[in-house]
Design a protein around this ligand. Structure first.
Ligand SMILES: Cc1cc2nc3c(=O)[nH]c(=O)nc-3n(C[C@H](O)[C@H](O)[C@H](O)COP(=O)(O)O)c2cc1C
Length: 442
């Protein structure tokens, strides 16, 4: 079989993910492996997609191999997916799967993003494999890798795949401005960060309506006008030295113009189940701040030109991003009533300093970061300092008293006569500290 590996890592031949594919090539010598380096050489595909399209059409199965980058895939691979669609790649009924390495921080949303795009192109999707970046170094990881390849080959041979129709949204009516301007105050600084092309009157009018209905001053930044030199290269230079290798000034721009704001509103046109590859480049390049939750406590909001109703994955990404930052998501507005409601929620969050606690996405995500930074603190000193200063090293092992108390309680509860004697006192004891807090109010 002809197996085409689409290497989406910007690290090219130095990619960790690629090593697993090279391992598979050696394990399966009866099949032909070929490689497309789209992550590292995206500029060449930007100029000419012909070699990529030819190789893809000629293959029996395409495996997209990539590192998970900021909840999704690297901006370079994201751009490649856009180019595939723009070029109307003839990939209908082609078998496709994906393999990623990461620390499992939102690997699921990355995989779902890719699957949705595969389906848009009518491809036959085989469920992918998400590995930890070190899995290949263990016997278990290698077994799982071989198992994945065998499973892919089985699915192609037996033509096993789920038939799922792509979701094609209905064209939206033009947006017509309807929100009346309110009086502006100077108390808070809100920045609107958009990906706005000159002809996009709909998104522009939505932004104008939001600005009219919002009672505080706003600043506008159009990412389409920022001269990005490229997407994050994954070189980790920033982690070690605090500086990005690109000299396009993005780090300072981000720190001085965006992160200084009291609230951040993002405005985008929904495309390919995402905010587009330019926004992805913006997200990836924020790696210059490492794993530090530098926007902590800020309210966030989104203005979206597009039909978000079926975009659960993107909604999850936006919600999760906010939670990891321990922020407040004031809304993802798609029409005038939702822009108006979002504007009110955002004002409320600013005025009342409303910051809800993290939920599962935020708590789970931060635990992954905590463990990662703890181990990599020698290489990521700025992250380590931040995690220490903000009490983010909340390892349960430190709670010795609680563990001892639970052991005593457990031993007591295992004795039936103690259990029967305790009656409701166990429940009462458990609630006592909560009651104490309530009683303080009297
Ligand atoms: C800019 C950037 C963003 C990343 N984002 C994530 C992420 O969201 N989730 C995760 O688990 N790992 C994340 N990682 C870690 C990579 O996925 C991981 O190191 C991967 O194995 C690198 O593979 P590669 O060498 O093939 O590029 C990120 C790394 C970089 C450089």
């Amino acid at each position: 079989m002809k197996v085409l590996i689409v290497n989406g890592s910007p690290r090219g031949r130095f990619s960790v993910t690629l090593q697993s594919c090279l391992y598979l090539e050696k394990c399966f010598p009866q099949h032909d492996f070929d490689y497309l380096n789209v992550g590292a050489a995206i500029q060449s595909f930007e100029k000419d997609m012909t070699p990529a399209l030819k190789a893809m059409v000629a293959s029996d199965i395409i495996i997209f191999a990539y590192p998970v980058y900021t909840f999704l895939v690297p901006s370079q691979l994201h751009r490649f997916m856009e180019l595939l669609k723009k070029n109307r790649a003839a990939l209908k009924n082609k078998f496709v799967s994906q393999f990623s390495t990461s620390k499992h921080f939102f690997d699921v949303t990355a995989h779902r993003f890719m699957e949705d795009n595969f389906r848009d192109m009518g491809m036959r999707v085989i469920k992918g494999l998400s590995a930890d970046m070190e899995d290949m170094l263990s016997q278990q990881g290698q077994k799982e890798l071989r198992g994945f390849m065998e499973y892919c080959l089985f699915c192609v041979e037996k033509s096993v795949y789920d038939k799922a129709e792509p979701y094609i949204p209905d064209p939206l009516p033009d947006y017509s401005r309807s929100l009346s301007p309110v009086k502006k105050q100077d108390k808070f600084d809100t920045v609107i960060v958009a990906d706005l092309s000159p002809g996009d009157t709909n998104l522009r009018d939505m932004i104008k309506d939001f600005d009219a209905s919002f009672p505080y001053r706003t600043r506008f930044i159009n990412l389409a006008e920022f001269n990005f030199k490229g997407g994050c290269l994954g070189c980790l230079n920033c982690a070690v030295t605090g500086k990005c290798v690109y000299k396009d000034g993005f780090d300072e721009f981000l720190r001085e113009n965006i992160l200084t704001a009291d609230a951040i509103v993002y405005a985008f046109t929904l495309q390919d189940h995402s905010m587009g590859s330019l926004f992805k480049m913006y997200d990836d390049r924020q790696f210059c701040n490492g794993h530090r939750t530098v926007a902590e406590g800020k309210p966030f909001a989104y203005i979206c030109r597009g039909d978000m109703k079926n975009e659960e994955n993107l909604k999850t990404v936006l919600e999760a991003r906010t939670q990891v930052n321990r922020g407040f998501l004031a809304g993802i507005a798609t029409d005038a009533p939702s822009i108006s409601a979002m504007s009110k929620r955002l004002s409320y969050a600013l005025e009342q300093d409303y910051v809800p606690p993290r939920g599962f996405y935020g708590v789970g995500g931060m635990k992954i970061f905590r463990d990662l930074i703890w181990l990599m603190r020698g290489m990521m000193p700025a992250d380590h300092k931040f995690y220490k200063a903000h009490g983010l090293y909340d390892f349960p092992q430190k709670k010795r008293m609680k563990m001892i108390l639970m052991s005593i309680l457990g031993a007591m509860m295992r004795k039936p006569f103690i259990r029967s004697h305790l009656g409701n006192r166990f429940n009462e004891g458990m609630l006592a500290p909560y009651k104490k807090e309530i009683d303080k109010l009297h």
